[in-house]
Write a protein that binds this ligand. Structure first.
Ligand code: NAD
Length: 336
């Protein structure tokens, strides 16, 4: 029987792609989600691409009793913890909600895992734990100075997990620090489907190309970057998902805790990304320059060499693949 892997937040954007990749690698993914930012309609589509019925338990990860029932009912080998709230602006407006959901959820999960004797965990962390980097590319040993409530909740969970691993040497934990995940599954059956206004650039570009939105706002064209717009490291969500499958395999034979950047090592500006999206959709994307937003950073991109060395995987899809897949998903999306 294939190993069962619990994916919290598995109905969401990144979690659903991880579920698809786990199934492809021969695992049996099981989803826990409360659907606060996703739809149950993703599951039948996910089962189709996974070529297996994806079990889903509707529960909040802060509900430790519900999690314990999941562990009691399935022989779970490991957990990928994606469930969480991810909007930087919402976190600033509602800090207690973010601490409760992100930190409280991780505490309940760790307790339920310990009680069930499941001690292999991959955590969805973020480049937000670094804050404003002193230099690029950003390595895992860069200073950790998160500048948002969201980033602080991610760093606090990392610290919790470092302490858990120190207290009991049988834990195996990977802290995966995502740079800018984007794109969609090649089937165009799953992708990013944010409820409300998208936070990320690629779904916004897709909305403008689909004429659901008039134009894209570019925040700042006077940054110290080659074309004056912000530079980020966009990693295709399927390359990101492959990193999780590799991390689970790595942890099977390696105890302790490890932090790994998941990025490509190459930064692209907002204008370069807009041009790539225009190539993908064959339409012009109207844009408007707006003032810089407080707290924004000119440029950051990952040094992915530790993840490449440890996990043996490298992000190989470029921004053209990201935009082509995101556009096909936008055209295929029905549930909005
Ligand atoms: N998308 C990004 O740009 C990005 C970057 C870095 C890190 N991350 C992290 O990756 C993870 C997944 O992000 P995503 O982009 O897929 O977001 P998402 O909102 O699409 O997915 C999160 C999923 O978790 C669920 N969820 C949230 N709180 C829950 C709770 N308390 N109990 C049960 N389910 C809950 C949501 O319903 C959703 O399905 C998050 O932890 C996020 O912070 C995302």
């Amino acid at each position: 029987m294939a190993d069962a892997i619990l994916v919290t937040g598995g109905a969401g954007y990144i979690g659903s792609h991880i579920v698809a990749e786990l199934a492809r690698a021969g695992y049996r993914p099981i989803v826990v989600d409360n659907f606060c930012n996703s739809s149950p309609s993703a599951l039948p589509r996910l089962s189709r691409i996974a070529a297996q019925e994806i079990r889903c338990v509707t529960a909040d990860v802060r509900d430790q009793a519900a999690l314990s029932r999941v562990f009691a009912g399935h022989a779970i080998a490991a957990v990928v913890h994606c469930a969480g709230l991810k909007s930087v602006s919402e976190g600033e407006a509602q800090p207690a909600l973010y601490y409760d959901n992100n930190v409280g959820g991780a505490i309940a999960l760790v307790d339920a895992m310990a009680a069930a004797g499941v001690k292999r965990l991959v955590f969805s962390s973020s480049a937000a734990v670094y804050g404003q980097p002193d230099r690029n590319p950003v390595t895992e040993s860069a200073p950790l100075r998160p500048q948002s409530v969201y980033g602080r909740t991610k760093r606090i969970v990392e610290q919790l997990l470092e302490d858990v691993a120190a207290s009991d040497r049988s834990w195996r934990i990977a802290l995966l620090r995502y740079f800018n995940p984007a794109g969609a599954h090649a089937s165009a059956a799953i992708g990013e489907a944010p409820s409300g206004i998208p936070n990320n650039l690629v779904p916004l570009l897709a909305d403008v190309a689909a004429e659901r939105r008039a134009e894209i706002a570019v925040y700042g064209n006077d940054w110290p970057t080659p074309d004056g717009t912000g530079v980020r490291d966009y990693i295709h969500v399927m390359d990101l998902a492959a990193g999780h499958v590799a991390a689970l395999a790595y942890l099977a034979s390696t105890p302790g805790v490890i932090a790994l950047n998941l990025g490509t090592g190459r930064g692209y500006s907002v204008l370069e990304l807009i041009a790539a999206f225009e190539r993908a959709c064959g339409r012009a994307i109207p844009r408007r320059f707006a003032p810089r937003r407080p707290g924004d950073v000119a440029a950051y991109y990952a040094d992915p060499s530790r993840a490449e060395a440890v996990l043996g995987v490298r992000a190989h899809r470029d921004i053209d693949a990201i935009c082509a897949d995101a556009w096909r998903w936008r055209l295929n999306r029905v549930d909005d």
